[in-house]
Design a protein around this ligand. Structure first.
Ligand code: PGA
Length: 254
């Protein structure tokens, strides 16, 4: 089984979703101050309203700042939407695309996710591409088939290990407190690794694969030490610095 090279640096990214006002920036400051020599990359993805301010406070520090979703076009008559170029201009380093909340609540299909990931690359940003099965799909034994289909459909040809991260997020584990077993996570990540190596050759071995869904300090050590798990995408437990830092500490001993 191909394993990711040991030199791959893990990434722990926090997705604030539709949470946070300017008052919440103190949490990002607290994360920034605690990073020190931490042996992983650390990112927070606030709502777009806080991107500029968070990018300013993170500037010159180890804290990376990402955005949540984008339109695939550069500009135009798309009321309420934001282009990847605008998010880059506001200070984003990455964009989360294909999150299950976008796939479900905004009907994003694989081809939309692929176009958005390509837009992130076009703007010089990293794409964090999310995949994952629903509870019903898991019960029906379709987990690997769903992840295979989503990966095949959601990755643009511009993918490189530097500009793309894949997050496996079982939909039923998001915000529920439920997590798959370690062996279930290992099986999905091994399959994703196999597919990436098949599609991209040697570079496929170093594309980072994150696990997401109810990651918290108490389960971080176990989940983030599974083979081919190169970090985490964290929702609820990224809102407060103490919770987020607890994950980093337990996973990587900061
Ligand atoms: P959660 O969300 O950590 O709150 O389960 C994860 C995510 O949606 O990325």
């Amino acid at each position: 089984m191909p394993h990711v090279a040991p030199s791959v640096r893990p990434l722990v990214a926090g997705n604030w979703k539709m949470n946070g006002t300017r008052q919440s920036l103190g949490e990002a400051e607290a994360v920034r101050e605690a990073l020190g020599d931490i042996p992983c990359d650390v990112m927070l993805c606030p709502p777009a309203t806080l991107l500029g301010a968070m990018a300013t406070l993170a500037s010159g520090s180890r804290l990376q700042v990402g955005a949540q979703d984008c339109h695939d076009r550069t500009s135009g008559a798309f009321t309420g939407d934001l282009s990847a170029e605008m998010l880059a201009d506001a200070g984003a380093f990455a964009i989360i695309v294909g999150h299950s909340e976008r796939r479900t609540l905004h009907s994003d299909r694989d081809r939309d996710v692929r176009a958005k990931a390509a837009a992130a690359h076009r703007a010089g940003l990293m794409a964090i591409i999310c995949v994952g099965e629903t509870a019903g799909e898991r019960r029906a034994g379709l987990t690997l088939a769903v992840v295979q289909r989503q990966l095949a459909g959601s990755l643009p040809p511009t993918v490189t290990p530097a500009n793309t991260v894949i997050a496996y997020e079982p939909v039923w584990a998001i915000g529920t407190g439920l997590t798959p077993t370690s062996s279930d996570v290992a099986a999905v990540h091994a399959e994703m690794r196999r597919l990436l190596c098949e599609q991209f050759g040697e570079p496929g071995a170093t594309i980072r694969l994150l696990y997401g869904g109810s990651v918290k300090a108490a389960n971080a050590h176990e989940l983030l030490n599974i083979a081919d798990v190169n970090g985490a995408l964290v929702g609820g437990a990224s809102l407060l610095a103490a919770d987020f830092l607890g994950i980093l500490k337990n996973a990587y001993g900061v």
